[in-house]
Design a protein around this ligand. Sequence first.
Ligand SMILES: [Zn+2]
Length: 111
Amino acid sequence: MITKEQAENLPKYTPSPMFKDLPDFVKDPKNFYTIENKLLKAIRSTCNHEEVVEWHKCKKCQKKVANRQQKMKEYGFTSPQQYFAWKQVMDIIVNKKKVPVKENENIVKGI
Ligand SMILES: [Zn+2]
């Protein structure tokens, strides 16, 4: 049992500035796979390009890329960095992925 004084000196919860503006639906780990599947469907193409250059020139595939970016905006992501940081944090929560403390701090800071 900790004393009242010890309790008052515990570090206060401060939401990460990286994620504070994301909607609650996106922050909820139980929606992680739903969101990931929707984003995957948005970019999935029937093309089978062997070269990145071909993929880059393909109008159909580039339309898919734009689709995905639009979907990401709809979910409230403001940058690819924010999305990748969110994905890493969700991976830790949902898949119980273990990461070293230092790396964990960097993810939350968006480094
Ligand atoms: Zn294509």
